[in-house]
Design a protein around this ligand. Structure first.
Ligand code: 13P
Length: 258
């Protein structure tokens, strides 16, 4: 693992997977597996319907695992059929909320200004956003990666002051690596993470840039965790498919602290 002061984060994004029953089964197997592991913050984002049970399982085991929502609306309440508010997420026990995930951006057409409102609202309600950014394959091939990252960061963090940016987590997830089995090479990941950290330094300051945690996401699995965690600007991972099995995700958590 790289020599850094930042506490690594190992986060799971279950997307639209797992019923309440399956969530309970996961925690029954997962929590004993990671019992006693220190030096890594673990975050799990189940679907909305399983949030309360996930929080209950963690609390009952006295575990330090944090629970996250996968998305939220920016309003506290209102006529927004099908949406979940920050107050509802918090009440269910979520400490974090994933915002700007590429599936929200591309499938559900969320743009940077909507994501900015959500980020602002999550912070206002005392939650910690996990802000996802990343380029498509076309953008990478068109050498637009840094321009895209810059636009996504600038858009989403427009109204975020220094004392709040440090409570957030950033996640670089190249769209072409999500669910494809194609991970970014260590060079590509380090280069993008370094760019993001430099951007934070120029927008805020070097102290904040040194503190903020930047996760890598996109086909993370046990086989590539070591090569990612060794990179100086990769502070952890955001895992989709490989987080659905307790054995696989607990092995990845262990890989994050080795
Ligand atoms: P995969 O790990 O399945 O590629 O998904 C990554 C992701 O989108 C996490 O948010």
């Amino acid at each position: 693992m790289a020599d850094r002061d930042r506490i690594p984060v190992c986060a799971a994004n279950w997307k639209m997977h797992k019923t309440i029953h399956e969530t309970r089964d996961f925690f029954n197997e997962f929590l004993p597996e990671i019992d006693g592991i220190t030096g890594c913050e673990i975050i799990i984002a189940p679907p909305f319907t399983a949030l309360k049970d996930a929080c209950g399982a963690v609390a009952q085991a006295g575990s330090a695992v944090s629970i996250a929502g996968q998305n939220m609306h920016y309003a506290e309440q209102g006529a927004y059929t099908g949406e979940i508010s920050p107050v509802m997420l918090k009440e269910a026990g979520a400490r974090y909320v994933i915002l700007g995930h590429s599936e929200r951006r591309h499938i559900f057409k969320e743009d940077d200004s909507l994501i900015a409102r959500k980020v602002r609202s999550a912070l206002d309600y005392g939650m910690h956003p996990v802000l996802c950014i990343g380029e498509t394959l076309e953008e990478r091939e068109g050498e637009l990666t840094t321009r895209i990252l810059e636009a996504q960061l600038g858009g989403a963090l427009d109204n975020v002051p220094p004392q709040q940016i440090i409570t957030m987590i950033l996640a670089y997830e190249p769209v072409w690596a999500i669910g494809t089995g194609k991970t970014a090479t260590p060079e590509q990941a380090q280069e993008a993470h370094r760019f993001v950290r430099n951007w934070i330094e120029s927008r805020y300051d070097s102290g904040i840039a040194d503190q903020i945690r930047i996760l890598y996401g996109g086909s993370v699995k046990l086989g590539n965790i070591a090569s990612l965690m060794v990179l100086p600007d990769v502070d952890g991972v955001l895992v989709g498919g490989a987080s659905l099995e307790a054995a696989s995700f607990s092995a990845i958590v262990k890989g994050c602290v080795q």
